[in-house]
Write a protein that binds this ligand. Structure first.
Ligand code: IPM
Ligand code: MG
Length: 371
């Protein structure tokens, strides 16, 4: 298959981790005889520095003309610490999500057996946890009207949802639940918010079309608690934009590191794949960022084009790297493996996993030439 991929590596550790994903995608292309072409474009703080805009028009054009987008990370402390900044890197990502109509954000979360002891949560609580968050991505409070009065003393952000916006992602969540443990949990704040009450009404109605899937509801405050008390109860979580943002960072604790969490953002035409972690500016250029979230996002990209065997191949290599302890320091404080080493291992494993003389034994005993 020929795939044209726009690469927006962005800020902070974005470029370092995206480089590993491209390495891994190239190994897949070679092994399965695909042709993956990449086109780079600027986005985020780096784009502001060079063009004055967080999402330059050329970048949007590059995204529109390619089949998919691989995104790195966005954000820079010089904007975080300046509430008066007129332009912010994050605006680029939000504008891109909106312009491409990427309304469904999918964030899978699971506890890896080899990492159970890495989570601050107890092993018995997280062992077997496996859920996917469906976060609405192009509406709600993120995109409502914003205002600040002239005196700078009163601000507002309006949260709006339409039936149509709720319904399209709800169908996606239910379809996925049918392929999993057949349970959808709608996370909302229907005891307070009108938008949440609309979500409940629309979702309850749609649920009738999926009689094999059960639906339950949780208020977001309770959901935040349940997430760490009993994460195994969740299969598919469906939620609006801001609740999904918050709850997915919380859920990352189950996996042992936010550096493992991938995501896909899809709409009717385009699709974007990105790690859920931010730009981690303190780590920039140090080679310590975990590339796995980006690499697993590349696997989700392949799934999107029905290259499921190839995607599974990446996931198997990632699991092997974790099982063998070929991890960055976020997963193993005594690790000496760099971002690049982990990417190399995963790439080599994909290329050579059939050759049992090479893998994984030699790596285990430290004889590998690649790390
Ligand atoms: C995310 C991020 C973004 C969001 C930021 C960078 C705008 O936190 O993708 O979760 O809030 O959506
Ligand atoms: Mg977030």
């Amino acid at each position: 298959m020929k795939l044209n991929i726009a690469v927006l590596s962005g800020d902070g550790v974005g470029p370092e981790v995206t480089t590993q994903s491209i390495k891994v995608l190239n190994a897949i292309a070679k092994k399965y005889h695909h042709d993956f072409q990449y086109e780079e474009a600027l986005m985020g703080a780096i784009a502001i520095d060079k063009t004055g805009e967080p999402l330059p028009k050329e970048t949007l054009d590059v995204c529109l003309k390619n089949d998919a987008i691989l995104f790195g990370a966005i954000g820079d402390p010089k904007y975080d610490n300046d509430p008066t900044a007129k332009v912010r890197p994050e605006q680029g990502l939000l504008a891109l999500r909106k312009a491409l109509n990427l309304y469904t954000n999918v964030r899978p979360i699971k506890a890896y057996n080899a990492l159970l002891d890495k989570s601050p949560l107890k092993e018995e609580i997280i062992k077997g946890a496996d859920m996917v968050i469906y976060r609405e991505l192009t509406s709600g409070i993120y995109f409502g009207k914003k205002s600040l009065n002239a005196a700078g003393t009163i601000a507002s952000d309006v949260c709006t949802y339409t039936t149509e916006e709720i319904s399209r992602i709800t169908h996606e969540a239910f379809k996925t639940a049918q392929t999993r443990r057949k349970k959808v949990t709608l996370v909302d704040k229907a005891n307070v918010l009108e938008t949440s009450r609309l979500w409940r009404k629309v979702v309850t109605e749609i649920a009738k079309e999926y009689s094999d899937v059960s639906l339950d509801f949780l208020f977001v405050d309770n959901a935040a608690m349940q997430m760490i008390l009993n994460p195994k109860q969740f299969d598919v979580i469906l939620t609006e934009n801001m609740f999904g943002d918050i709850i997915s960072d919380e859920a990352s604790v189950i996996g042992g590191s936010i550096g493992l969490l991938a995501s896909a953002s899809t709409g009717d035409n385009k699709a974007l794949f990105e790690p859920i972690h931010g730009s981690y500016p303190q780590a920039k250029g140090k080679g310590i960022a975990n590339p796995v979230a980006s690499i697993l996002s590349a696997a989700m990209l392949l799934d999107h084009f029905n290259l499921n065997e190839e995607a599974d191949d990446i996931r198997e290599a990632v699991e092997e790297s974790i099982a063998l302890g070929v991890c960055t320091a976020d997963l193993n404080t005594t690790s000496t493996y760099s971002t690049d080493n982990v990417g190399d291992f995963i790439k080599e494993y994909i290329t050579n996993s059939d050759d049992l003389n090479v893998y994984p034994t030699n790596v285990e005993v430290g004889q590998s030439t690649i790390i």
